[in-house]
Design a protein around this ligand. Structure first.
Ligand code: SF4
Length: 700
């Protein structure tokens, strides 16, 4: 069942969790248990790991994971153990039947930003070549799609960071907007510390005074949804103060005049009224950024997960362009991607509107190239399908998806308006979930397929810098567990496609290289051998003798005229603002010891001990008004649902805002509350801003 046996330990590999993709070495400790050893030679983290990475081997234990397929014989009945042939036959028959009765688009595929590049690539190919459905999207749509859309609009190309992480300490002033690496990726904090040690200035924008904000020279604390107005206010000030880099704007950009007009309507007093950030702080930030020799802006989910996320990121890019902070070393705009393969996951065809190589599915030349690699007619490749939330919202409806194959995602916890999404998942004729654990979504499935995980398989991921790295198989998976690559080949064969789905990861990668050749994310020159020899290779890398591209846009942008484009956007309110019935903002986020929906990290004892459950962060003045003491349960209600969790009273949050982490299911599920209002360009839901009311709750 396995293409290769695990090599003898220790094995150099990478963490299964976030987009930093820290290097680690896996060895065998006491009682033949896997143990994490330091790997100080990997440049991104130089041996440092957070608690999630250090404890990751706990997920290899049989008692926390699935070790054989599960089937449900009737709706509402229990899941029972089954063999692989029976489970695969049931899936293939169900998918074929749905396709026959309702057409190919009634079958959907939902992928994940944690899947390796090889899995993401073959999942996209499976959807389009075997199922012939347009309806494939993935949870990365909920992660960085607004930044990706803004990047492409401005620069013609999207790579999270268009420069390596080690440029950060050498910039003069860095504005970090809506990101909290001190909790989400602690080994990355050293880059920000070194920046300050080198005399650079750090400005953090966040409605909460987070651990990262504590490191800053200046913390701007806007209302949730205020990031766009804030960026425009800063642009207004750098223009008014004569800090525009006129030569750069003239030589390397287009559209400045429209951006200038938009910014001039956002004078400091107006921005203060919109955002709650005092005008004097705004002036200080504009001075620090506008006068620095080099500057960077990094965004994360805060400004991106909004119904105006693309425009918001566009406004921050405009600030970089106006000040000449782009297209040169130690300067520029970048996005801190979240999921382990958030970057690679969006490049190889899991996205509803894209084909491998980060190509548009509507581009005839792109379709012809990919069709050639796949050995199919270009016309047979379906067009763009529904975006992630739209797909989930339509599940089980007459014109929606009726049978869904889901891999590497847990939308019953992680999707916005998760109570509604859970109902839609229940309405499906067939739900198939491939996962390593029995997640909340897997519990709803008709068929559950247990799959291998990071230390049990070879595969590549692409970290937040665009560095393609190689995770190595260190251990054999338990009997009864299979790789998604094997599952796809078996299903393809049952559905009449006998070839084209390699089980060997390197073989899959070599096909991906051909499919990506000539595209934006060009992997043609990247091989397993090179990755292992070079600490990863940065794309684009069009040939084996090409060194890879650490810094993008030094000579030209990837737009038709080679110039960067100003976004020229204006402020607008969030999809839902507080009112009499729901007078507070809710914003959501992460904690240090948990990851994403928590499906994996909630099963690791030391992480659960460190972060046992959800909480509601609220300001002391609000707590006093509500008559709530620290630790007492509070109920948070939005137009979509209710969540109950203990109060955590802190002066680190705005008094008009409450915060909940989103890693837990059940009564404290934060996403029961969140608003699925979508960004019109990226189709990103508005996770970061909605209106709620908060009350004391009896212990539930
Ligand atoms: Fe893993 Fe991210 Fe922690 Fe590094 S920072 S050990 S990649 S979770």
């Amino acid at each position: 069942t396995s293409p290769t046996a695990a090599p003898a330990p220790p094995t150099d590999t990478h963490c299964p969790y976030c987009s930093l993709q820290c290097g680690m070495r896996l060895g065998v400790g006491e009682g033949t248990k896997a143990e994490v050893l330091e790997r100080p030679d990997f440049p991104v983290n130089r041996g440092a790991l957070c608690g999630k990475g250090r404890s990751a081997p706990a997920l290899l234990a049989r008692d926390v994971r699935l070790t054989g397929p599960l089937l449900r014989d009737r709706p509402g009945g229990p899941l029972r153990a089954a063999g692989w042939p029976e489970a695969l036959d049931r899936v293939a028959d169900g998918l074929a039947q749905t396709r026959e009765q309702h057409g190919p688009d009634a079958v959907g595929v939902f992928g994940g930003g944690g899947l390796t590049n090889e899995k993401a690539y073959l999942l996209g190919k499976f959807a389009r070549v075997v199922l012939r459905t347009a309806n494939i999207d993935y949870n990365g749509r909920f992660c960085m799609s607004s930044a990706a859309a803004a990047h492409r609009k401005a620069f013609g190309l999207d790579r999270g960071l268009p420069f390596p992480l080690d440029d950060i300490p050498r910039t003069g002033c860095l504005i970090l907007v809506g990101g909290n690496p001190a909790e989400t990726m602690p080994p990355a904090v050293r880059y920000f510390r070194e920046l300050r040690e080198n005399g650079g200035r750090l400005i953090v924008v966040d409605p909460r005074r987070t651990r990262t904000a504590e490191l800053a020279d200046l913390h701007l604390q806007p209302r949730p949804g205020g990031d766009l107005a804030l960026a425009l206010g800063l642009l207004h000030l750098v223009i008014a103060d004569g800090l525009v880099d006129k030569d750069f704007v003239a030589e390397r950009t287009t559209g400045f005049e429209a951006a200038r007009e938009a910014a001039m309507a956002h004078w400091p007093d107006r921005v203060e009224r919109i955002t709650g950030v005092p005008a004097h702080q705004l002036r200080e930030a504009a001075r620090l950024f506008g006068t620095a020799a080099t500057g960077m802006v990094l965004t994360a989910r805060g400004p991106e997960q909004q119904s105006k996320g693309t425009d918001t990121v566009g406004a921050w890019i405009d600030l970089c362009l106006a000040t000449g902070n782009s297209g040169r070393p130690y300067a520029g705009y970048g996005c801190l991607t979240g999921q382990g393969n958030g970057q690679g996951g969006r490049e190889h065809g899991q996205k509803a509107d894209q084909l491998p190589g980060y190509r548009s599915i509507e581009d005839p030349a792109a379709r012809a190239h990919v069709a050639g690699v796949w050995g199919v007619q270009a016309e047979s490749i379906p067009g763009p399908g529904k975006s992630a939330y739209e797909l989930l919202d339509d599940l089980g409806r007459p014109d929606g998806v009726r049978a869904l194959l889901l891999a590497g995602s847990n939308p019953a916890v992680s999707a916005p308006n998760a109570g509604h999404v859970t109902e839609r998942l229940r309405a499906l004729d067939l739900l198939v979930v491939a996962d390593l654990v029995l997640s909340e979504t897997a519990r709803l499935a008709d068929v559950v397929l247990p799959v291998t995980q990071w230390a049990e398989e070879d595969g590549t991921t692409t970290n937040l810098e665009g560095r393609v790295i190689l995770r190595r198989r260190a251990f054999d998976p338990p009997e009864g567990v299979r790789s998604e690559l094997w599952v796809l080949r078996e299903l393809a064969a049952r559905l009449g496609v006998a070839t084209g789905f390699p089980v060997d990861a390197e073989e899959a990668f070599d096909e991906l290289r051909r499919a990506s050749a000539g595209g934006d994310a060009d992997y043609a020159g990247i091989s397993y051998r090179r990755i292992a020899a070079e600490d990863g290779v940065f794309w684009p890398c069009p040939a084996e003798d090409h060194p890879g591209t650490r810094r993008l846009f030094l000579d030209r942008y990837a737009t038709p005229d080679g110039r960067a484009r100003f976004a020229a956007v204006t402020h607008r309110p969030a999809g839902e603002e507080p009112d009499e019935a729901y007078p507070l903002y809710l914003t959501t986020g992460r904690v240090l010891a948990q990851y994403q929906s928590g499906a994996q990290t909630r099963r690791v004892a030391e992480l659960t001990e460190a972060a046992p459950g959800p909480f509601v962060e609220l300001h002391p003045r609000l707590a006093e008004r509500l008559g709530v003491a620290d630790g007492e349960p509070v109920a948070v209600t939005s137009r979509r649902g209710r969540a109950v969790a203990p109060a955590r009273i802190t002066g680190a949050i705005r008094a008009d805002t409450v915060f909940m982490p989103f890693h837990w299911p059940g009564a404290g599920r934060a996403n029961s509350l969140t608003n699925p209002a979508l960004d019109p360009v990226s189709r990103m839901p508005e996770f970061k801003v909605c209106a709620v009311r908060v009350e004391r709750a009896e212990q539930e």
